[in-house]
Ligand binder design. Structure first.
Ligand code: 13P
Length: 252
């Protein structure tokens, strides 16, 4: 089996001014300076991207944006393009977070264009997928994941599929303190890997599949030890440098 480097990414959502981001990063950098077992990423709001790119230069911390538009340019008030993010030396971008899907109308059809647009601009995408509680209870989890993964990757050239990290984030576990059971996280991650194998078995061995939803220092060791879970997309706990560093350490 191919060794996959875990990715621990902190999704700050709409938190932290530039001043708060600077304070955070100065506290985080010494805590993760020797963490060469994992890729470490922070995903600040747009306004803090350039300050964080500058402050992490020469460190092992990568900077990701939280969303982008699929078009190169145009009349899309409030949006930014892949090239605009790449110009800032941003490493990657989260796409399809459930909050973007639910609150801002992001569709699978748009994501089918966003993922290849990000790759073409040199950005590393993290594509988020996950079911609602009602879908899980109705036995619809696999159908939902299949649709989201297949649509999101549909226009990605097969040789680039493994450059897309997939974050499995069950919506009922986001911000609720209700983490998925390890068996549920492993089952979903393995299912996603099998879907990718449908495109290319070789790419599926290299693809990184993350878990997200109430990841904390206390539950991270168990989740990150699962065979098909290759990292975490962390919300609330990524706002605190000590907690986030503890989750990075748990990936060792
Ligand atoms: P929480 O870790 O706060 O549950 O958020 C998860 C998430 O949405 C990360 O993208």
């Amino acid at each position: 089996m191919t060794a996959r480097t875990p990715l621990i990414a902190g999704n700050w959502k709409m938190h932290k001014t530039v001043a708060e981001a600077e304070e955070f990063i100065q506290a985080l950098l010494p805590r993760v300076s020797t963490a060469d077992h994992a890729d470490v990423a922070i995903c600040p709001p747009f306004t803090a991207l350039t300050p964080m790119v500058d402050s992490t230069r020469g460190s092992r911390v990568q900077v990701y944006a939280q969303t982008m538009h699929q078009a190169e340019s145009g009349a899309f008030t409030g949006e930014v393009s892949a090239a605009m993010l790449a110009e800032l030396d941003v490493h990657g971008v989260i796409l399809g977070h459930s909050e973007r899907r639910e609150l801002f109308g992001e569709t699978d059809r748009a994501l089918a264009l966003k993922v290849p647009a990000a790759l073409a601009a040199g950005l590393a995408p993290i594509l988020c997928v996950g079911e609602t509680e009602a879908e899980r209870e109705a036995g619809d989890t696999e159908r939902k994941l299949r649709h989201q993964v297949q649509e999101g990757l549909s226009k990605v050239p097969v040789e680039r599929v493994a450059d897309v990290a997939i974050a499995y984030e069950p919506i009922w576990a986001i911000g609720t303190g209700r983490v998925a059971e390890p068996e549920q996280a492993q089952e979903a991650a393995a299912f996603i890997r099998a879907l990718i194998a449908g495109r290319s078995p070789e790419q599926s061995e290299r693809s990184r599949i993350l878990y997200g939803g109430s990841v904390k220092p206390e539950n991270a060791p168990e989740l990150l030890a699962l065979p098909d879970v290759d990292g975490a997309l962390v919300g609330g706990a990524s706002l605190d440098p000590e907690a986030f560093a503890a989750i990075v350490a748990a990936a060792a």
